[in-house]
Design a protein around this ligand. Structure first.
Ligand code: GN1
Ligand code: MG
Length: 362
């Protein structure tokens, strides 16, 4: 169906001027819709990755309503931080047709994203936005949320998927990547570190975003202040370490996830300091001592997990992440493996930084 006909299903009675591809996610297709009155973001959710598209829409609705109510309470009115979705003519928050699931939301005015930066004040803002997101959802009952991708950040189950991919060797690629496989297998003892502690209640189960790449944070074009987190499809119950770790692996890297020259992939400790400062300051006393002690472990495990996911997809023949060529998932796996090494080398310093800022808020 033409995109223009899809937009007609929504309660948006504005004349459309332009529709063009937008953003660069690995899962969904996104478009920028310009009308005579404003700009909107239309997204086609990947229903292979998110078969429970109804649960995704409900989760997002519940979480944005909760956050927006807090903004109202704090400010007396809705600010730019508030995301709002335009309902369909039938009242639903999405339009489903033949396996495609579309949502339409406002484009936050004068906003931009960063793919990468080493500017400490921007990274401090990024940490602050993430901390605020978790802070605002602290009193939200996580059991209301559907687990839209079961075991999404269950590193133990991701490791099982990885072993299965090696055994099946569907794309006949196993023999060409022995060192990458060995790197991950050598760290098998780490995969239960977070999930086991959630189960034993040493780590609290919170509401987390679960996809906290820097480009999922909106910034104000004029002031460079962080506005809010976007791309809420994976909002689910989880550990704060998932969000912190997933953010750090990108925000504190000196190179892109797709970089082929691994000598350019390094860990920037100043970026880590700035991000951690913003994060701990905004979440304040709500962060637990165990979480603080494990922030660096969170970064290590989340980076290992995504390395494993990219390598698993490479071994399975590129069935999950969007790719433009046969080695893209391997390149991604290798940047993440290099980041794991870098994080391991810096872990003592990372722990010191976490203590330093925690001591100021506790
Ligand atoms: C996917 O589509 P995007 O880029 O926001 C993935 C994340 C990965 C990321 C790796 C639902 O996110 O988990 O960290 O790629 N999202 C899903 O770049 O699997
Ligand atoms: Mg995403």
């Amino acid at each position: 169906m033409y995109t223009i006909n899809i937009i007609k299903k929504f309660q948006l009675n504005e004349e459309i001027v332009d529709i063009k591809p937008f953003g660069n996610g690995h899962i969904n297709d996104t478009f920028l819709v310009t009308t005579k009155k404003g700009e909107y973001v239309l997204q086609n959710l990947n229903t292979f990755v998110f078969p429970d598209y109804d649960g995704v829409a409900r989760n997002i609705d519940l979480v944005t309503k909760h956050i927006n109510a807090q903004i109202m309470q704090e400010e007396g009115h809705l600010t730019k931080e508030a995301l709002s979705f335009i309902p369909c003519k039938d009242g639903k928050t999405y339009y489903y047709h033949n396996g495609d699931c579309y949502r339409l939301r406002n484009l936050v005015p004068d906003s931009k994203i960063y793919q990468q930066t080493d500017n400490p004040s921007i990274l401090e803002e990024a940490g602050r936005a993430l901390g605020k997101f978790i802070y605002r959802l602290d009193d939200f009952d996580a059991s209301q949320l559907a687990e839209v991708i079961p075991n999404f950040h269950n590193t133990k189950s991701r490791y099982k998927d990885f072993l299965k991919a090696i055994e099946e060797d569907r794309a006949c690629r196993v023999n060409s990547v022995p060192d990458d496989i060995a790197f991950i297998k050598n760290r098998a003892n780490l995969v239960g570190e977070i999930v086991d502690k959630i189960e034993s209640k040493e780590l609290p189960l919170r509401v987390t975003h679960n996809d906290t790449k820097l480009n999922n944070i909106l910034f104000d074009e004029n002031t460079d202040k962080a506005i809010c987190l976007i791309d809420l499809d994976t909002v689910m119950p989880g550990s704060l370490l998932y969000d912190f770790g997933d953010a750090v692996r990108i925000s504190c890297s000196t190179a892109d996830e797709e970089e082929k020259d691994l000598s350019k992939v390094n860990f920037n400790i100043d970026s880590y300091r700035a991000f951690t400062k913003g994060f701990i300051e905004s979440i304040g006393e709500k962060i637990t001592k165990t979480e603080v002690e494990m922030l660096n472990v969170g970064a290590q495990i989340m980076t290992l997990e995504i390395a494993m996911r990219f390598l698993t997809d490479y071994l399975n023949g590129d069935v999950y992440f969007k790719v433009n060529n046969d080695t893209q998932n391997l390149v991604r796996a290798r940047t993440q493996i290099k980041m794991v090494e870098e994080i391991e080398r810096n872990s003592a310093k990372m722990l010191d930084i976490a203590h330093e800022y925690y001591n100021r808020v506790k």
